[in-house]
Each structure stands twice: as C-alpha cells, then as structure tokens.
Ligand binder design. Structure first.
Ligand code: CUA
Length: 367
C-alpha cells in the first residue's frame, strides 16, 4: 500500500536520499584499486606467454602485455561494478516498488565514451609503431626462399643454391623470408618468434625475424591444407654465426657432389631427407615417421608384391620401375587405405635424374 501514497517527486530522489541504495564510495575505490593493481600485475608478469626468442617477437610481447594489462583493468572494473550492484541493490523480499526513474547521466556518458576512445586510439598508434618497427628491413638481412607444399617445407638459400627441409639461421642476423606455396594456402608459423604469415600459390609473401637465442624451435603450418596438415611441421635451427656458415658451406659442397661433379655417387638417403619425403612417409632407416602416406619400411620387398597383384594397373615391370613410377606419377598405384592426389606429382621435375635414380636405388634397397 505504501508505494501508492508515495509522491512521485519523492520516488525520483529516493535513490540518492536513501542510505540503503546509495552507492558506497569505499566499494568503488576498492574495485578501482584492485582493477589497477591486477591490470599492472598481468601486464608485467603476463602468465599467458613464454618469452619470445626473436627480437621482433619481444616487441610483439610488449604490445600484447599492454593489451592484457588494460583488458584486465577494464574487466575487473566492469565485472566488479556488476557484482557489487547485484549484491547491494538486489530487491528485498518485501520490496515491490519500482526502481528510481533514472534518465541518463550526461557526464557519465561522456566519461565512458572518452576513456575507451582514448585507449583505442593510443593502442592503434602504438600497434602501428610496433608493426613498422618489426617489418623494417635490415641492410644485412639474409634472404631465404620458402616453398610450402602438401605437406612439407622447403627452405632455399639462393646465394649458395642450397635446399633444406629445416630452416637453419644464424643468431643475431635478420632473416628475410620470401614465401610461396606450390599448391594450396599454407601458413608459416613459428610460435616462439611470434611470426605467422600465409603462403599462397598466386603471390609472394614476406616475413622477417631476427633470432636472438641459439636453439631449435618448431615451425608449424597453421592453415588447414589437407589430410597431412597436422604433420606439416619443421624446425628453425638457430646457430651461432660460425656454425651456421659451416653448415651452409657443407650443404653447398655436399650438394655439388650430389649434383654430379665427377662420378661421385649420390646419397639416396640424403635425397630422401632433402626433398621432405620424411614429412609424409615412415622410413626407419632415414629416421622418418610421417603418417600421411604409406610406410616405406621394406618397400623393396613390398614393391615386388604389389607388381604381382591383379589390381595393379601401372606401367612398371620391376621394383626399380615401380618405385620410380610411384615418385614421378604417384596416382599410377595408390596403396589401399590412402587417397590419390595427396602426394605432389612434380617430384620428377624437382630433382635431377641422378638424384631421382639415387633415391629409387636407395628405396629399392629397403627390404
Ligand atoms: Cu600446410 Cu596446413
């Protein structure tokens, strides 16, 4: 009955006059203070990230920590005010009155528009600065060409004509990646460096990083690119500059031997490893554990069995021929339980005849 007789003018001021519904200054200060403290702690200690091991990654981490700190502060203010209001201003069991008729609050609206606008503007300027900084080309940068294909990585050092399935880099020197896909869209991602960039079949993309700690870090393909996507992994091997240039020199001289200087034999196992076969096939002798394609353990024996099967319709007449055919024309025979068109069909064009033959011989020897 009482709310009927309450004059409406009184109801309008009730919110401020009644000590039971007046906001508590102490609570507001407590929420604000804990928001700032938690925000600063999250920003400084950032429990969500390990430390980046690349110079550019460290700059990204500063930006991320700042975002996390500000985000934490805003989160605690909003959720704290909400929680406080739910508890303090809840309706009592005997209270059937309407709430006070609040009609907006212009200063408050100006404040809660101006603060986010200032935060967003400041962050976008800061982000731009970080991006411009980490993409800045260094004059001594080393260029590596990256080719992604289903489901392997190839890293090519054009100055020395060296290919590698793993990305070797010297510590402290900027690496400039020039990247292209041979088939579908892939993405080059090194979580430890905070570097992630798509590789596309119709255009070249670039990325830069400067590794500042010796070690081995995973390279992950982060675009769903087919059945072998999950296995499309490699490593960045960061070495001291001396070790790196030694490695590069060895690859170069090893390659010129393998490429046919004189009559030096080509190592089929090296070809197997160099052309990324290990990403998809299992072969214990070469330390390969790929699961995308059929296992090649004992392929020299298995090939003979396949040739005798009634459902083999390829052209090969012997084991060497069958292995050769399976590399240059993978769809000629597809092992049961596997799909055609998964294996790239251009390996015959990628490697010289000599390397191809060495690979065929090597695989035929796997009994
Ligand atoms: Cu390549 Cu996923």
């Amino acid at each position: 009955m009482s709310y009927v007789s309450t004059p409406s003018s009184q109801a309008g001021t009730r919110g401020l006059a009644d000590p039971n519904t007046r906001p508590n200054r102490v609570a507001a200060i407590a929420i604000g203070l804990s928001a700032v403290i938690l925000g600063v702690l999250m920003g400084i200690f950032n429990p969500l990230l390990n430390n980046s091991t690349a110079a550019e990654g460290a700059a990204v981490d500063v930006l991320f920590s700042l975002l996390l700190g500000i985000g934490t502060t805003v989160f605690v203010v909003v959720q704290g005010a909400l929680l406080y209001s739910i508890i303090r201003f809840r309706s009592r069991s005997d209270d059937e009155e309407d709430g006070p008729p609040v009609r907006g609050n212009v200063p408050l609206e100006i404040v809660w528009t101006a603060i986010p606008a200032a935060i967003v503007t400041g962050l976008s300027l800061f982000s731009y600065g970080v991006l411009a900084n980490i993409e800045l080309p260094q004059p001594d940068a080393m260029t590596v060409q990256v080719t992604a294909r289903q489901f392997a990585w190839d890293f090519y050092y054009p100055d020395r004509d060296v290919h590698s399935p793993q990305l070797y880099v010297p510590r402290g020197r900027q690496v400039h990646l020039v990247m292209r896909s041979a088939d579908v869209i892939h993405a080059f991602w090194v979580p430890d460096f905070r570097v992630k960039k798509d590789l596309m079949p119709d255009r070249t993309t670039e990325a830069r990083f400067t590794a500042d700690k010796v070690g081995t870090y995973p390279v992950v393909c982060s675009r769903l690119c087919g059945v072998g996507h999950a296995f499309m992994r490699s490593n960045v091997v960061v070495q001291e500059p001396n070790d790196f240039y030694n490695w590069l020199y060895q690859q170069q001289t090893g390659r010129s031997v393998a490429g046919g200087a004189g009559n030096a034999p080509v190592d089929g196992k090296a070809v197997f490893q160099k052309y990324g076969c290990a990403a998809c096939h299992q072969l214990s002798d070469a330390g390969a554990a790929g699961q995308v394609g059929p296992s090649l353990n004992g392929i020299g024996t298995k090939a003979a069995a396949v040739l005798g099967m009634s459902h083999y319709h390829g052209q090969a007449k012997d084991v060497l021929g069958f292995i050769h055919e399976s590399i240059v024309d993978p769809n000629a025979y597809v092992e049961q339980g596997f799909q055609p068109n998964v294996m790239p069909q251009d390996f015959g064009k990628q490697m010289t005849d000599q390397k191809l033959n060495a690979l065929v011989q090597y695989l035929a020897g796997q009994k």
